[in-house]
Design a protein around this ligand. Structure first.
Ligand SMILES: C[S@@+](CC[C@H](N)C(=O)[O-])C[C@H]1O[C@@H](n2cnc3c(N)ncnc32)[C@H](O)[C@@H]1O
Length: 424
């Protein structure tokens, strides 16, 4: 297939169309449609507004190639463009640096593909080539490649709870010195904002709604994106006396976080080196643990429940504990014999049992998708908010035992920890 081949080849497309055959006047006049289109692509990549680009109107040699979809991604910390070549029955993916990707687009446009559609939150920009190679650029709200676009108003970025101007964002490399979003951090930025939306609503619906001082524990805080963001939101936007502690296994991340805290002179935020499994229980109002591996999530939930947290918020990561215990009960055997289904079942059961246990401890628990799968594969959230009146514990624990018996589950970490402390 010619399309995924190296970007540096095929100089017959938009490389030339922008200055040569497309419109002779462009060489001495203002930038032509091709250059304006690529300038828009580069600006969208720079500002984190590049949602997707679609190449359509294929006229190359492959009989079953339909279109190419391009997304901005981050691979090993480097911004890249991911090209998905959609064929009749298969997709081929190729990831390129942004410079290579833009070069590839220039090579393909006007040669193998007649149209390109760039989608940003504000608009859809279409570059189209006629058979004679004349380029036209149109801005609109409809994707003529056949992918329906939401009306412009729905397609616009939602107002964010967090401003790009907040100093910790630059210190963490989410924004640059001019407070512009670093393109490679666009997905992290969305994740941070989505997380704040969820916590903001939970705080307002919880016993913390009118409480001035709020103790927060973040287990497995990593580089501290969410720790800093929650601290900033509670203090700066909600005006609370927030005392936030990030607990992290890796000392270099703890030092990095504390270095930023000291440099920015932040009050009420500290990072501690520690293992959630060994953390001494302490009083806490909000316990968060995002992407803590396997049973580290159970330990974090347990510390939250034991510390009397009004909000327990976890995005569980890998789910290893239950999988080897799972039976394949009749009539699910033919379904669960596929390893992938067994893994999905283990994940669903782990988080389902955790939710039942949280409910039994007096919480109102929801399990839902946190950010779109498009942005991250780790997208499930378990959010528990303390109820004014606890639910009937016995009925919930009976349900828990029934599910465990059905699947042959002998041990679930959170249940073991809660029973050891007589919390259920
Ligand atoms: C995937 S990162 C998530 C970071 C952050 N919570 C986020 O979502 O952006 C998981 C972090 O948990 C830390 N970690 C893993 N096991 C831990 C444990 N038992 N106790 C404390 N931290 C742990 C890792 O070192 C890593 O920095």
């Amino acid at each position: 297939m010619s399309a995924p081949a190296s970007s540096a080849t095929a100089g017959s497309g938009a490389n030339q169309a922008g200055s040569g055959p497309t419109s002779p006047s462009e060489a001495i006049g203002p930038p032509g449609p091709v250059e304006r289109f690529f300038a828009a692509c580069e600006a969208a990549l720079r500002d984190g507004r590049f949602e997707r680009l679609i190449l359509a109107g294929y006229r190359g040699p492959e009989p079953d190639l339909k279109r190419v979809m391009v997304r901005a991604i981050e691979l090993r910390g480097e911004p890249q463009l991911s090209f998905v070549y959609r064929h009749e029955r298969r997709d081929l993916t190729r990831n390129l640096t942004q410079a290579q990707g833009l070069q590839t687009l220039r090579a393909l446009l006007g040669t193998e593909f007649a149209n390109a559609h760039l989608h940003t939150p504000e608009q859809a920009l279409q570059l189209a080539f006629s058979r004679k190679g004349r380029a036209t650029l149109r801005a609109g709200a409809r994707d003529t490649a056949g992918v329906p676009l939401a009306p412009a108003v729905h397609n616009r970025e939602k107002p964010r709870l967090l401003s790009l101007e907040r100093p910790f964002l630059a210190a963490l490399g989410v924004t640059d010195a001019q407070h512009r979003l670093v393109p490679a951090m666009a997905r992290k930025w969305r994740q941070i904002n989505k997380f704040l939306e969820i916590i903001d609503a939970a705080v307002k619906a919880s016993p913390l709604a009118g409480q001035a001082r709020i103790e927060v524990l973040d287990f497995g805080s990593g580089k501290g994106y969410l720790t800093f963001a929650l601290h900033d939101h509670l203090r700066h936007a909600l005006g609370r006396d927030a005392r936030v502690t990030g607990v992290e296994l890796r000392p270099e991340l703890v030092a990095l976080g504390n270095g930023i805290v000291d440099r920015l002179g932040l009050q009420g935020l500290r990072f501690e080196q520690g293992d959630v499994g060994r953390a001494v229980p302490r009083a806490v109002d909000v316990m968060i643990a995002l992407h803590a591996c396997d049973t580290a999530t159970d330990h974090a939930m347990h510390r939250g429940i034991r510390g009397g947290a009004a909000i327990v918020c976890c995005a569980p990561c890998c789910h290893k504990q239950l999988r080897p215990q799972l039976l394949q009960p009749h009539p699910l055997r033919p379904i669960l014999r596929h390893g992938v289904h067994l893994g999905q079942e283990a994940e669903m059961l782990t988080d389902g049992l955790r939710a039942l246990l949280l409910d039994a401890c007096g919480y109102d628990t929801q399990v839902f998708e946190f950010v779109s799968l498009e942005h991250t594969a780790k997208n499930k959230m378990v959010l528990a908010v303390k109820r004014a009146q606890p639910a009937a514990k016995e009925g919930l624990l009976a349900q828990l035992q029934e599910v465990k018996a059905f699947y042959g589950i002998r041990e679930q970490c959170l249940e073991t920890l809660l029973r050891a402390d007589a919390l259920i």
